[in-house]
Ligand binder design. Structure first.
Ligand code: SF4
Ligand code: SF4
Length: 464
């Protein structure tokens, strides 16, 4: 059996043992639920409810604002308590719909009703996915209906299910693949109906043998589906690495997988597609791993979206030790540290990582100047030059940052992980990327204004 890999990357301690045998347990919250209007890439959704309205579980509460946006549904029944700004992540606030949860989880009529997807047209399938508010649940949050509607669907050769789950400590996708393989396989068949010339490839890291076996069994007999075993290496689940593993080709700077005939979706997203199309259920819950020594009860939970981190930790995960130093939304490599536990679980929240130590604090104490060892370049899966990018970002030289392909950085954390000088490289890039994009946009606008002015002046000259 050939095991696929990629250039660069690192081997952090997997740390999946504490939760990998813990099944996904449904967690039903009792407190208020909080739904940020922007849980996706694109324009925030627009509320279609107001304070005092009664809602049901699975009811639309905010409508997508345009094509690159996503609907938002209530995951509980109750009453709209407020539409106001609330904390949503690392020190950020955003407009949210707050629902006073009545604890009954009364569903909207028709939710859960079965549909045979084979009777649906491509347009009907895409409409159901769009209506259900599905976005990339692996962390990106890109609206799925946009991804599944490339310019030339007949040019797509591979639909790749991303089951790598390469980030340390996280096992909720592993559990999903082991417990609900049929949902993922049916979801793939549904998507393949949209791409007449594509094969489906289910890509899973070698350290998940049970998931591989379960998916293999569920997919057996379908000639369009195959399994791909990946080497255990971080970040194996990066889109570029998966596309390379499947096609052997490399995505260029700024290119999307479709440029190499691929569409990639996370396995949780694919299961959500199945539930939307076949069970008439919008995206209202997701798998979340709670891991780390400070958690009273580490495990995997099927969590209603909008549940606060505080309630999930206190009521689901058995509380948090007083000695906890840090709580991260996500995994230790790509996650963001939380400054409050009042933030909600959203469509892209796959894990809560609790730590007794703060590695950033420790690294700060040991930080020295760059010693130009080149290790960061060797491990960067994109072949970037992190030390040069960091230098450009610190000088606010965004022209150079962009020329170094800094906008391609996927914030995987490999460079920071390997740096002997403990430089906060990834954090620098996370901060620099939006600034560089804004700089580039402003420059473009300036150029366009100058060109328009020159054209207008030329016109006047000609008239004379
Ligand atoms: S790994 Fe750290 S010390 Fe080495 S070149 Fe990169 S930034 Fe400099
Ligand atoms: S964080 Fe960015 S620069 Fe650093 S290794 Fe990952 S992709 Fe490369």
């Amino acid at each position: 059996m050939r095991i696929y890999s990629f250039r660069g990357g690192v081997h952090p301690r997997e740390n999946k043992e504490p939760t990998r045998e813990k099944p996904l347990r449904p967690f039903l919250p009792k407190e208020d639920l909080v739904f940020p209007l922007g849980q996706h890439i694109g324009k925030p959704a627009v509320p279609v409810v107001k304070r005092g309205d009664e809602v049901l579980a699975g009811q639309l509460i905010a409508k997508a604002d345009g094509f690159v946006s996503a609907n938002i549904y209530s995951s509980c029944s109750g009453k709209v308590k407020a539409i106001e700004r609330r904390p949503v992540g690392a020190g950020t606030m955003a407009d949210c719909i707050v629902i006073d949860n009545d604890g009954a989880f009364t569903p909207v009529p028709g939710m859960g009703e079965k549909t045979d997807w084979q009777t649906l047209s491509k347009e009907q399938i895409l409409a159901k996915i769009q209506e259900a508010g599905i976005v990339g649940m692996g962390g990106a949050g890109f609206p799925t209906h946009v991804k599944l509607a490339p310019k030339n669907p007949e040019d797509i050769k591979y639909f790749i299910a991303n089951g790598a789950e390469c980030e340390p400590g996280i096992t909720c996708d592993d559990r999903l693949m082991r417990e609900y393989p049929e949902q993922i396989v049916e979801g793939m068949k549904i998507v393949l109906k949209l791409f007449p010339n594509a094969s489906g490839v289910i890509a899973v890291e070698k350290n998940k043998p049970e998931a591989i076996a379960a998916l293999q069994k569920a997919a057996s007999g379908d000639s369009r589906l195959s399994m791909l075993t990946l080497k255990v290496k971080y970040p194996q689940g990066g889109e570029r690495n998966l596309v390379h593993a499947v096609t052997g080709g490399y995505m260029g700077s700024g290119e999307l997988p479709a440029a190499l005939g691929c569409v990639v979706d996370n396995v949780s997203t694919i299961a959500a597609i199945y539930r939307a199309v076949c069970e008439n259920t919008p995206l209202i819950e997701r798998g979340v791993t709670v891991t780390g020594e400070p958690a009273g009860n580490e495990g995997n939970f099927m969590v209603r979206l909008g549940t606060t981190v505080k309630e999930l930790l206190e009521e689901g995960a058995g509380g948090v030790s007083e000695d906890a130093k840090k709580i991260i939304m996500g995994g230790p490599m790509m996650g963001t540290a939380l400054s409050t536990l009042d933030v909600p679980i959203v469509k892209t929240s796959n894990a809560l990582t609790l730590m007794m130590e703060d590695p950033v604090e420790e690294a700060e104490a040991m930080q020295t100047n760059c010693i130009h060892c080149g290790r960061c370049t060797r491990v960067c899966p994109l072949g970037l030059i992190p030390q040069a990018m960091a230098e450009a970002a610190q000088r606010k030289d965004y022209d150079r940052y962009i020329r170094l392909h800094g906008l391609d950085c996927i914030s995987c954390g490999c460079c920071t992980y390997t740096c002997p000088a403990k430089r906060p490289l990834t954090l620098t890039f996370k901060e620099a990327k939006p600034l560089a994009m804004a700089w580039s946009k402003a420059l473009q606008a300036e150029k366009e204004a100058a060109a328009a002015k020159a054209k207008a002046a030329d016109g006047k000259e000609e008239k004379k």
